[in-house]
Ligand binder design. Structure first.
Ligand SMILES: [Zn+2]
Length: 323
C-alpha cells in the first residue's frame, strides 16, 4: 500500500500528458489456458481490481474519444487511460459487464471471421489440436520444407504450440490453411469447441456502451499475408462487423506482434483507405499527441495490479520521454 501511495504522489506531482492504451486479451482463470496462452490471461478477480483502481485514480476515456482529441489537437486529461481487448473471447462479455458496473467503457477488437458460425480461431484451435495429436512427433510440410515437431513430453507440447503458431504467422493465408488441414488430420479431426463470442453477445456489449473494433477476419500476421489478402482481411472485417451491428466500425487492431513485425506503412495505408479512424499496435509504449493514429502504441497488461501501476507510473518515464 505504501508503494501505491508513492505512485499516487508521482501521478499528482508529475501527471502524465500521454495516454496509456491498455491491451488485454482473455479475462479468465486457468480454465482459459486451454484456449489462450497464460501470458495473455488476466483472472476475473484481478481484472475487477484493475477496473476499480483505474476508475478511481485515472481519467479513463474510450479509445474513440482519445483518437478524436488527438485528431482535433485538443488536450487529453492528465493520467489518461483507455482499455482495449484483442481477439474476441467469450469471457470478454463478463469483462464488459464489470466495466459497465464501474461506469467505464473499452474497445473490443473482434476477429470477425471467427465468431459463431465462422472459421475456428486458429490460435485457440492450434492449442486444442496439439493436445489431441498422438506422440511422439508431428510432421508438417509447407511448399518449401518438412518440419518435424517433437511431442514426446509435456514440455514438447508447450514448445510445439509456439512452433506451430510461428509457422502459421510466417506464411501466406493459403499455406496457413494447408498447415491447419494437416494439423487437423494429425489430430484425428478431434472436435474443437469455440471460445469466441457469439454475435448476440457482441451486440449486448455494444448496448453496454462498449466500442466494437475490428481485428481482421482470420488473424493472419498481415505483413506475411500479401497486400491483396490483407486488404480483404482489413476491409472485410469492417464490413462484417458493420453488417452485424448496424453501426460504423472505426477502430482497428493489427493481429499478432510482440517482437515480430505486424504492421507496415503499406498496411497503415490500407487501414486508412478502408475508412478506419485509427489503429492500435502491439508496440509497447504510451501513445502521445504526435503518435501516428494508424500505429498507436499500447501496454500489454498482466495479472498483478501492482505490475500495471508500475508500468503506468514508472515505465512511462522510460517509454515516453517528456512524459
Ligand atoms: Zn490478436
Amino acid at each position: 500500500m505504501l508503494r501505491f501511495g508513492g505512485y499516487a504522489a508521482v501521478r499528482r506531482f508529475f501527471p502524465s500528458r500521454n495516454v496509456a492504451i491498455l491491451r488485454y486479451h482473455a479475462i479468465c482463470g486457468p480454465e482459459g489456458f486451454s484456449y489462450a496462452d497464460p501470458s495473455i490471461c488476466v483472472s476475473p478477480a484481478a481484472f475487477e481490481q484493475h477496473v476499480r483502481y483505474l476508475a478511481s485514480h485515472y481519467s479513463v476515456l474510450s479509445l474513440p474519444e482519445v483518437v478524436q482529441r488527438l485528431h482535433d489537437r485538443r488536450p487529453l486529461p492528465s493520467n489518461c487511460v483507455a482499455l482495449t481487448f484483442d481477439d474476441g473471447y467469450e469471457d470478454n462479455l463478463a469483462a464488459a459487464k464489470t466495466l459497465s458496473r464501474h461506469g467505464l467503457s473499452a474497445t473490443f477488437y473482434i476477429t470477425a471471421g471467427c465468431m459463431a458460425g465462422g472459421a475456428p480461431f486458429w490460435p485457440a484451435e492450434v492449442r486444442a489440436l496439439l493436445r489431441a495429436v498422438p506422440g511422439p512427433r508431428l510432421e508438417l510440410s509447407t511448399p518449401w520444407s518438412n518440419i518435424q515437431i517433437p511431442l514426446a513430453a509435456e514440455a514438447d507440447r508447450r514448445a510445439a504450440v509456439r512452433t506451430v503458431s510461428k509457422l502459421f504467422k510466417a506464411h501466406p493465408i493459403p499455406v496457413r490453411e494447408r498447415l491447419r488441414e494437416q494439423l487437423r488430420a494429425a489430430a484425428g479431426h478431434a472436435p474443437v469447441s469455440s471460445p469466441m463470442l457469439e454475435w448476440d453477445q457482441i451486440r449486448e456489449m455494444a448496448h453496454l456502451g462498449m466500442t466494437i473494433g475490428a481485428h481482421t477476419l482470420t488473424h493472419p500476421n498481415l505483413p506475411n499475408a500479401g497486400l491483396e489478402d490483407s486488404e480483404a482481411e482489413i476491409a472485410g472485417s469492417k464490413r462484417r462487423l458493420e453488417d452485424a451491428l448496424g453501426t460504423p466500425v472505426t477502430m482497428f487492431s493489427y493481429p499478432n506482434g510482440g517482437a515480430e513485425r505486424h504492421y507496415t506503412p503499406e498496411l497503415q495505408r490500407l487501414v486508412r483507405q478502408a475508412g478506419y479512424a485509427a489503429a492500435t499496435t502491439s508496440r509497447n509504449g504510451f501513445a502521445r499527441p504526435e503518435s501516428d493514429p494508424y500505429a498507436l502504441e499500447r501496454l500489454q497488461v498482466h495479472e498483478r495490479l501492482e505490475d500495471l501501476v508500475f508500468a503506468l507510473e514508472v515505465e512511462r518515464f522510460v517509454l515516453a520521454p517528456g512524459r
